[in-house]
Design a protein around this ligand. Structure first.
Ligand code: IFG
Length: 538
């Protein structure tokens, strides 16, 4: 859809160069800076997320012009991962790296259906002179292992032009599996619209850190971003603008399917969010009959929340929800449809219960599981199999947290994304030009130094399905601005979702994070140079 004018980058430049006034976070103990250059061979396991088990040993494996990538015959999903790996490695090495079925190949991807301990996404990487083997029980596990292969290689591997250097991977064995099954990144494409290509670029970024869910916040007060054939006004009217009055935009159903396909190639599940009953102003502008008073409101381009609501007592509301949820479910191969449920400040508790208890079966009837913000546990009753996304703060009242715990005891799965830790649109500190600060500022350390498994009182780790990093875009309108807020906090949240709680801590993580700067630069990611992290000397 239509492009926006690029916002001036001066603000971004000042931020990226860390040219901020006094008052930024004091640097933590430990090295203040890292060597300017990366080690020639990265120590095995010195990557993000931290692997579950690392046994260094032996001489490195070396990628050479003669390297061939071996896959089993008749395994298209394995070949697809191998081609993805080859595509990642060819530009910077200049090597041909053919994908072959010859068992004598030196870089081997193989499936082992009997490797039950590796689970759905685990892998084993064995690196030795002349042979590197990636073993997994599933193609997704091989894909996660490919991200480890990438990160064990020098960051220059991410460049798109030939780099004259050796390409070695430290010797030894990495045996790795994720702690949580749900490791999500949310992108709000409603406040500001982002094109298919920009969403794909975000998918590339989260794939590098082993995320496996992209939650797309598709609808809100300022815009409706997904075409619904039975409700054409949602995009012909409801997509016409965005925060700040820009041209907005939307995904045709073909474009949404392209995003889903692209995510699936990275073994990432798309969770679409149709937010209701609040955050529905764009729908209320598109179909006036949905308003309780039947009148068409003016489009909204501000950033207030809580002023809109569907009308619980009107039957047209449920016909609308059925049309939307039927079509979005048909477009989504993933397990979940997220129905929002947050900040319904203009919906009475009774109406909220009526509406959400009538809408949830519309999701399950179309073969999907409900996902919703945690308010669903307060004023309504989550249906069996629902996934509840907690976005509260330290200061959230205990009784609100107890509602989530009660839902967990009743069998709901919990995804933990506390706004005062995981919200990537929160300012890093008082000097951060972009972002919001209603949940307080979220430093790189604060985004990392907590545990999703034990964060919510009364919610046992067994009920925690994982973690999510939401990126709301009230103040963000370009991919560069997304980068500045997501990096360097996004990798840390990936580690919280993937790595064992034991064995990870801020003081060692911050060094591994500092080392990622070479990779951020090689990937053209415009990251924020937080004073909390020992970055490579310039
Ligand atoms: N809360 C709102 C979001 C967004 C956010 C910005 C949730 C679940 C504040 N709801 O977070 O729509 O406005 O930080």
């Amino acid at each position: 859809m239509r492009r926006r004018l690029l916002a001036p980058a001066l603000l971004l430049l000042a931020t990226a160069l860390g040219c901020t006034e006094a008052g930024t976070a004091a640097p933590a103990p430990g090295p203040a800076a890292l060597p300017a250059a990366e080690p020639d061979v990265r120590p095995l396991g010195r990557i993000i997320p931290l692997p579950a088990s690392v046994e260094p040993g032996g001489a490195p494996y070396t990628l050479t012009a003669a390297t061939r990538i071996g896959v089993p015959a008749g395994a298209p999903a394995v070949r697809a991962v191998a081609e993805r790996l080859a595509g990642l490695l060819r530009p910077a090495t200049g090597f041909r790296l053919p994908v072959v079925t010859d068992p004598a190949a030196d870089l081997v991807l193989r499936l082992d259906p009997s490797a039950g301990a590796l689970g759905d996404e685990g892998y084993a990487l064995r690196s030795a002179p002349g042979r590197l083997t990636l073993t997994a029980r599933t193609p997704a596990g091989l894909f996660r292992g490919v991200q480890t292969v990438r990160q064990q290689l020098p960051a220059a591997i991410e460049r798109t032009t030939v780099q004259r250097r050796a390409w070695r991977i430290a010797g030894g064995t990495v045996t790795d599996t994720p702690r949580f099954p749900y490791r999500g990144a949310m992108l709000d494409v409603a406040r500001h619209f982002f094109t298919v290509e920009e969403v794909k670029a975000y998918i590339d970024r989260i794939a590098l850190y082993k995320y496996n869910v992209l939650h797309l916040h598709l609808t809100d007060d300022q815009g409706w971003r997904i075409a619904i054939r039975s409700r054409p006004e949602l995009t012909s009217t409801g997509a016409a603008t965005e925060v700040g009055g820009g041209p907005g935009g939307f995904y045709t159903q073909e474009q949404y399917k392209e995003i889903v396909r692209y995510a699936a190639a990275a073994h990432i599940e798309v969770v679409p969010e149709i937010d209701m009953p609040g955050h529905t102003h764009a729908a209320l502008v598109s179909y006036p009959e949905l308003n309780c008073d039947g009148r068409r409101p003016e489009p909204y381009t501000g950033i207030e929340v809580g002023f809109s609501t569907l009308c619980a007592e009107k039957e047209v509301t449920y016909a609308f929800a059925e049309d939307v949820l039927r079509e979005i479910a048909a477009l989504t191969p993933g397990r979940y449809v997220h129905i929002g449920g947050d900040e319904a400040k203009s919906t009475s508790p009774a109406d909220y219960r009526t509406l959400m208890d009538r809408v949830q079966p519309l999701v399950t009837r179309h073969g999907k599981q409900v996902m919703a913000w945690h308010q669903l546990t307060g004023d309504a009753t989550p249906v069996p199999g629902a996934l509840i996304q907690y976005w509260g703060l330290d200061r959230t009242p205990a009784e609100e947290k107890e509602e989530v715990a009660r839902a967990a005891r009743a069998g709901a799965g919990i995804v933990v994304s506390p706004a005062d830790r995981a919200y990537l649109d929160m300012k890093y500190d008082a000097d951060t030009p972009l972002g919001l600060k209603w949940a307080g500022t979220v430093s790189v350390r604060r985004a990392y130094d907590w545990d999703p498994g034990t964060h919510l009182p009364g919610v046992p780790e067994s009920a925690v399905r994982g973690v999510e990093a939401p990126l709301w875009t009230e103040t963000l309108s370009t991919p560069e601005q997304l980068d500045t807020m997501a990096f360097p906090r996004l990798p840390g949240l990936a580690e919280l979702g993937w790595s064992p709680a034991a064995g990870r801590d801020w003081d060692t993580y911050r060094i591994r994070l500092g080392e990622q700067a070479h990779r951020f630069d090689a990937l053209g990611i415009g990251w924020y140079r937080s004073p909390e992290v020992p970055w490579p000397a310039r």
